[in-house]
Design a protein. Structure first.
Lengths: 42, 238
């Protein structure tokens, strides 16, 4: 059994899920902080 | 801990720390994964599949450490009524659930060529799956409580009770017959040869920094949302 498809698949899963978590956390933080800034300026 | 009870003081510290955790985490995680894929020799028994170690072990550690963080935040909320504890618990949960999922999926992928099966209902795998479902339950409970304007006490009690699963996960390989290998990395040493082991600290520290950055970003988002909600209420009352 060729092990590389399993190794590459496992790394892809880890990278995609971690990147999704970070991008979601970052965009929700930026959106919330921008809303807080704009409402403070009003 | 009490020095950070003031959200303004917490945010002053969290802003630069988030950036540094992101940068250090990305560099170390990428370096560790690249080294694990290209620079280490194959294992004499498992061959090339041993390379899954460098992502599976950090994700298992973070899946469990995340719930330990929820339990600590819950205790801090229930006993000391720390104002940021509930926010911290809610922020840790998505990151912990993500790494518990990474642990389960990468473990399953590792199991197919090594054990000949994708899944086995044994102590270690089942207790880790239970941890993932505990995270989903916590996320649903905490967000429902927050929408109803609650203080998050029910989620905090759930967070403390769920911590019972952590020693079960840790000792499952000793308590029950299992396909999963026993403890190979302890506080006093490791049974893994250094030629294979050395990239592991890089991915362990790297993914831990990324986990910390994700938690701080979620906390900052929650605090900003709370600020907007409070301002909207004041404007509505005026």
């Amino acid at each position: 059994m060729n092990p590389w498809p399993f190794v590459i698949g496992a790394y892809l899963v880890a990278i995609v899920l971690t990147a999704t978590l970070l991008v979601w956390s970052f965009t929700s933080m930026r959106r919330a902080e921008a809303a807080a800034d704009s409402i403070r300026r009003k | 801990m009490h020095a950070l009870a003031n959200p303004a003081r917490f945010l002053r510290l969290a802003r630069p720390v988030t950036t540094w955790l992101l940068l250090i985490g990305l560099v170390l995680a990428v370096a560790g994964m690249a080294a694990g894929l290209t620079l280490t020799p194959p294992d004499y028994l498992q061959g090339e599949t041993v390379r899954i170690l460098y992502i599976h072990v950090p994700s298992a550690w973070l899946g469990m450490a995340g719930w330990l963080g929820i339990a600590a935040a819950s205790l801090s909320q229930l006993v000391w009524r720390h104002p940021l504890a509930a926010v911290g618990g809610r922020a840790v949960a998505p990151a912990g659930a993500t790494f518990a999922a990474v642990c389960l999926v990468t473990g399953s992928i590792w199991g197919r060529p090594t054990w000949g099966t994708w899944w086995e209902w044994d102590g270690r795998l089942t207790s880790m799956l239970v941890l993932f479902f505990l995270y989903l339950g916590y996320i649903a409970l905490a967000s429902a409580e927050r929408e109803r304007g609650g203080e998050g006490r029910i989620a905090a009690i759930y967070g403390l009770v769920g911590a019972v699963n952590l020693p079960i996960i840790h000792y499952s390989v000793l308590w029950w017959r299992t396909l999963h290998q026993g403890e190979s990395i302890g506080l006093t040493g490791s049974t893994i040869d250094n030629s294979i082991l050395w990239p592991l600290p890089l991915t362990m520290i790297g993914f831990t920094c990324l986990f910390g950055a994700a938690v701080l970003m979620r906390m900052r988002a929650e605090l900003a949302e709370a600020k907007v909600e409070a301002r909207m209420r004041r404007m509505g009352a005026a």
